[in-house]
Design a protein around this ligand. Structure first.
Ligand code: ADP
Length: 374
């Protein structure tokens, strides 16, 4: 009770002094005595007392009830009336201002103390209820916005399926209806379109399933000791094989041998997605490099290309599912690869960013901390 501050609003000096003495005797702090409603509002704002003890008839233009309305609504402070006015009309007006107590003068010390304690306790309870309601409301809003984001993702996924399906449908209709009259070359063109549309559907489906796994929590972080240098070498060799010298694929590292506690599967998704983007968004004949820097407490991967680059205005959306930059519109893609990469980085508690210092192309920098490294 000791640090409870009570502001006294009373225009009769003698009563005010008597009240201050009683309250201080009861262990409360009285930071100020004021005589008008206007002053009461100002002091309530600057002193932020725990409770206001308010007379109704006051000096100045506004009475205690009007001041109480302002204090409760603006500063959410409890007000207890202490007044000689006990007529019906005043009581009705006072009731409308929802006071925390109403004491008729001359006051009894015990009644004063009990009323103040009950008012303080009720105010605390009301604050807690309000806080709980706000938290529940915020939770509901969060759930609603999450479920909105989810349905948006479903909508976008469905939309991405439409183009390849339309291609398959059109080309197979053409083959079915006009196949016999078609030249071998045209037939081949339609078949090629069907194969490539099927490939993009498979790719899309795989990415959606991977992202779904990541988001549902079944993409668990399962680190084990691995030689990260030879792992990267294997990945780069398999890219070199599949690209058949169409790109100059480089692997650079600051060490020949480094064992680190990392999740092999997540690193595989991470590097393959970044390398596949580097290839997809770069012209043939250009250079693609993976730079691995191993340090005592972290490993850093940099995947660099000389391609179309990422426009600055798109960078804020880079890791959101189904988002694609305008300059990539004519290049097939699902907009899911970087969202998967981000989940892999997050599971390692690492960071990923786009290095803006390069003049051409893209350089993604991924830094993963190492824990329990042997
Ligand atoms: P996508 O399947 O479209 O490549 P990602 O999630 O992997 O999906 O990438 C999201 C977008 O980021 C791409 O559509 C592209 O606009 C941009 N992007 C990603 N990597 C690169 C890169 N190496 N060069 C240029 N743009 C890139």
């Amino acid at each position: 009770m000791n640090s409870v501050k009570i502001l006294i609003v009373e225009d009769e000096q003698l009563v005010a002094d008597d009240l201050r003495e009683t309250l201080e005797h009861l262990g409360y702090i009285v930071p100020a005595l004021v005589a008008s409603g206007e002053e009461a509002i100002t002091k309530a704002e600057t002193l932020r007392p725990d409770l206001v003890l308010m007379d109704i008839r006051l000096e100045g233009k506004i009475d205690g009830i009007e001041a109480s309305f302002a204090i409760q609504s603006r500063f959410n402070l409890p007000v207890v009336y202490l007044t000689a006015n006990a007529d019906r009309a005043t009581l009705e007006r006072a009731k409308a201002s929802k006071p925390f107590g109403y004491i008729v003068k001359p006051f009894d010390e015990r009644i004063l103390a009990t009323t103040i304690e009950i008012a303080l306790a009720r105010h605390q309870t009301e604050l807690k209820v309000k806080e709980a309601l706000m938290a529940a409301q915020n939770n509901q809003q969060l759930t609603e916005s999450k479920s909105h984001a989810k349905s948006q993702q479903f909508y976008m996924a469905a939309h991405e399926f439409r183009n390849p399906l339309t291609t398959i449908r059109l080309s197979s209709e053409m083959l079915k209806t006009y196949g016999e009259q078609m030249s071998e070359q045209r037939k081949q063109n339609h078949l090629n379109r069907i194969v490539s549309a099927t490939d993009s559907l498979t790719n899309l489906l795989e990415n959606i399933l991977t992202l779904g796994k990541a988001e549902s929590g079944s993409f668990v972080f399962n680190p084990k000791l691995m030689n990260i240098v030879s792992f990267c070498e294997e990945i780069i060799n398999s890219w070199r094989l599949s690209l058949k010298e169409q790109y100059e694929v480089k692997f650079l590292t600051n060490t020949t041998n480094f064992t680190a506690n990392l999740d092999e599967q997540l690193i595989w998704h991470l590097l393959n997605n970044l390398l596949s983007n580097a290839v997809k968004y770069s012209p043939k004949g250009s250079k693609i490099s993976l730079l691995l820097t191993c340090e005592e407490s972290s490993v850093c991967f940099q995947v660099k290309d000389q391609g179309i680059g990422i426009p600055p205005e798109f960078q804020a959306k880079l890791f959101e599912p189904f988002q694609r930059a305008n300059n990539a519109a004519t290049i097939p893609g699902t907009g899911l690869g970087l969202a998967i990469v981000k989940r892999c980085v997050d599971l390692h508690k690492g960071t990923i960013y786009l290095d803006n210092t390069i003049s051409q192309g893209t350089n993604f920098v991924v830094k993963l901390p190492l824990v329990n490294r042997d």
